[in-house]
Write a protein that binds this ligand. Structure first.
Ligand code: ZN
Length: 379
């Protein structure tokens, strides 16, 4: 008897967990639902387990005897700092094996795909998810083809190709990259991380780790939102913990987006109305039409969170400040610090709040973007 179900939250249809379906027949995204009844989780009993996210194995939708595709991802360090009088827990998730939090999603998804016998996959990504899927596919022996925007950072493209994946640069928008990948997916399994529910399952462990590593619940979490995977993963993680009695309340979840790509803001308040900047610094969240947008908005409302928009100038300042704290992250990751500032200034965030900020990707991936920013006099 499995505790997990694959279900459409829109029309209620359920699917077998080993089904090759990646979205509902109604066209909407699917979710993995974990049955919490009679499930007991005690963090004290996990002490002797390996320092990776697989320490939460019973909470991940993988059969007990499956071969786990892992590179030791997750259980990354947390450090606590005081920023502008705010108590902030920084999660150094850029220290994952391929340099981003996406390794968590890739590990669960590729483990699942290996288990159901998938031999060949297609993915579309602005870079980090592509690198993660390429690396874990290499470990699993699965053939991987990654469609990326032609103007994605060179470092990310090189990294994807290095793992042995076939790299397909597509000219045009991020949406056009998705269309090209889905066309190819008529021949192979479409493992698009923006859709796939198993990917989200890995990302929920960022929530579990806060509670195990820090104890208690943060008041507020700042999360960069492109496709919304990390946001929804953390929402799910905290919600499951609430159901399991591991936390006594939900944190407020704040989505962070950058000017030019503000679908969450647009859906909540109407057009933000700023053009796409000439240099897209936060390329990891440059997603104009995330498939799970409605779910993100619902989670914000449910947790009494909000959305904060930052611009290139603020992102660069935050990048620099994090680097001066010894944390070399990519500009997409720096958006959370920029959002903290803006949130404090606009009164959306209060000084006494315990803030959790995942730092999602390593700065080494974005050297070419940072060099361009320098030549424009930003740094
Ligand atoms: Zn459906």
């Amino acid at each position: 008897m499995t505790r997990f179900k694959l279900r459409c939250v829109y029309c209620g249809r359920s699917y077998d967990l080993s089904s090759r379906i990646w979205r509902c027949e109604c066209g909407k995204p699917l979710d993995v639902i974990l049955e919490l009844k009679d499930l007991e989780v005690d963090f004290r009993l996990l002490k002797g387990r390996e320092a990776s996210m697989w320490r939460y194995r019973e909470l991940l939708p993988i059969p007990p005897k499956a071969r786990i595709v892992t590179l030791g991802e997750g259980y990354t360090p947390v450090i606590v700092r005081e920023v502008d009088g705010v108590h902030v827990t920084l999660k150094l998730d850029y220290l994952n094996p391929t340099g981003s939090f996406k390794d968590r999603g890739a590990s669960v998804l590729v483990t699942h795909l290996l288990g159901i016998g998938v031999k060949e996959i297609v993915e579309d990504s602005s870079g980090n998810a592509g690198a993660a899927m390429a690396a874990y596919s290499a470990v699993a022996g699965i053939k991987c083809k990654v469609f990326v925007p032609a103007d994605a950072p060179e470092g990310k493209k090189l990294q994807i190709a290095s793992y042995g994946a076939e790299l397909v640069p597509v000219k045009g928008s991020r949406a056009q990259v998705g269309v090209a990948a889905m066309k190819e997916a008529e021949k192979a399994y479409y493992a698009g991380h923006t859709w796939n529910p198993f990917f989200l399952e890995g990302l929920k462990t960022v929530a579990y780790e806060y509670v195990e590593q820090r104890g208690g619940t943060p008041d507020l979490v700042l999360i960069p939102v492109g496709s919304g995977g990390l946001f929804l993963g953390m929402f799910k993680g905290f919600k499951e913990m609430l159901g399991l009695g591991l936390v006594d309340r939900m944190p407020r979840l704040m989505a962070v987006q950058a000017e030019g790509f503000t679908p969450v803001y647009d859906a909540m308040y109407g057009e933000y109305g700023r053009p796409v900047p000439e240099l897209i610094l936060a390329d990891g969240i440059a997603v104009p039409k995330p498939p799970r947008l409605e779910q993100v908005v619902k989670a914000i409302r449910e947790t009494k969170g909000d959305v904060i928009i930052v611009n290139n100038k603020e992102i660069l300042m935050a990048f620099k400040e994090l680097a001066r704290m010894g944390l070399f992250v990519e500009p997409t990751s720096a958006t959370v610090l920029a959002a903290l500032r803006r949130g404090l200034n606009e009164g959306v965030i209060e000084k006494g709040e315990e803030v959790y900020m995942p730092l999602t990707g390593i700065g080494l991936k974005a050297i070419d973007k940072l060099l361009k920013a320098t030549s424009k006099g930003y740094l």
